[in-house]
Write a protein that binds this ligand. Sequence first.
Ligand code: ATP
Ligand code: MG
Length: 411
Amino acid sequence: MRYSQLFGKTSRQVPKDETAVNAKLLLRGGFVDKLMAGSYSLMPLGLRVVKKIEQIIREEMNATGAQEILMPLLHPKSIWNETGRWETAREVMYQFKKGDREYALSFTHEEILLDLVRKHVQTYHEFPVKLYHFSTKFRNEPRAKSGVLRGREFLMKDLYSVHTSQEDLDKYYEEVADAYITVFERIGLKALKVEAAGGVFTKEHTHEFQVLSEAGEDEIIYCPGGDFAQNTEIATVKEGKQCDLGHGPLLKVKAIEVGNIFRFGTVYSEKMNVMFADRGGTRKPAFLGSYGIGLTRAMGAIVEIYHDERGIIWPAAVSPFDAHLVHVEDSGTEPWVKEAYDKLTKGGVEVLWDDRQVSAGEKFADCDLIGIPVRLVVSKKVGEGKVEWKERTSDKTTIVDLATAVKKLSS
Ligand code: ATP
Ligand code: MG
């Protein structure tokens, strides 16, 4: 991609009304645009990051045997009345009237999913059902001040599983919890599995996946040895207490919730009449699990954790491009950089080529702000057929053959 043609350029301006680091850097880098508090457009760069996160999640969800679908965002009031959530979740739900009918914009999808299940599967051997989708959620968030960490409209992956027994649900719940840890590791986040309350969703305890960060709106108490973690909203112990396994005192820290998994059991199935026939033909209510990951919040969390005073530092797996190609002289090196761009691209490397006629200083500052892990410089000094290799995390530069660069970046 030629940077001159990319929609959404960098900006030196720090947006006045933004206090969150993730929003400032994503806006300045040209990754997102703000329509209003809690409502952002994903520009081409931002969408590329989100798509990388999405693909990693997709691979890990498919590996658990789940299938991808897409459910609607516009829901009739009647479906929400079946569980009573039209009333109990009124605060968070965008509800409106059109003509003489009432609708809601989706804030979650349990009811819609259960409606699908009751229509399409009936007997025990058709279970478990494991379905997920990537889509927008709308939530009436009273305080949308954390940039993309808290949108009034945001992207979520939500997976739902429906089982014929609590044991089967429990087993899959643990499988998804493990898959979540893998997802977060792959996108560069070290997430702790934390015991938490169910909020408006359930009275049962749930598990949240929390990334330690001062930017987080949650607070957790955890053992640095990794054997204990609770959200302070339900914590049964105090910070400073020695952990039972001898890992030292428990710590209290701020954290960003990037994922959350729930076991609803048969509560909603009973209300919505989601039944299956067991071996003897007796009809029983099905067991529901629900598992979310915020994609746009994950992107924001990555920025909160991976940045310095110059800009973002993307982990390679979610970077919008593999390499940021720059040529520093106006004349003479144009064919060289063109050749580098073609060879890299042919080798399967995703390259952002800054082809503008601006100073080297300006290009380098933009490389640092945008945060692609590898910067490649073509110049007279470096010589034909070679590039200067510099990683975003280091100030060290080395000269490598173009072929070597292609090989390193495409492996
Ligand atoms: P929070 O406690 O932060 O309000 P929640 O517990 O209500 O979130 P869930 O319903 O568990 O959120 O949603 C699943 C995931 O979706 C969360 O773990 C988070 O990653 C993401 N998410 C939830 N609310 C938002 C939001 N307003 N903006 C962006 N992402 C969100
Ligand atoms: Mg949650």
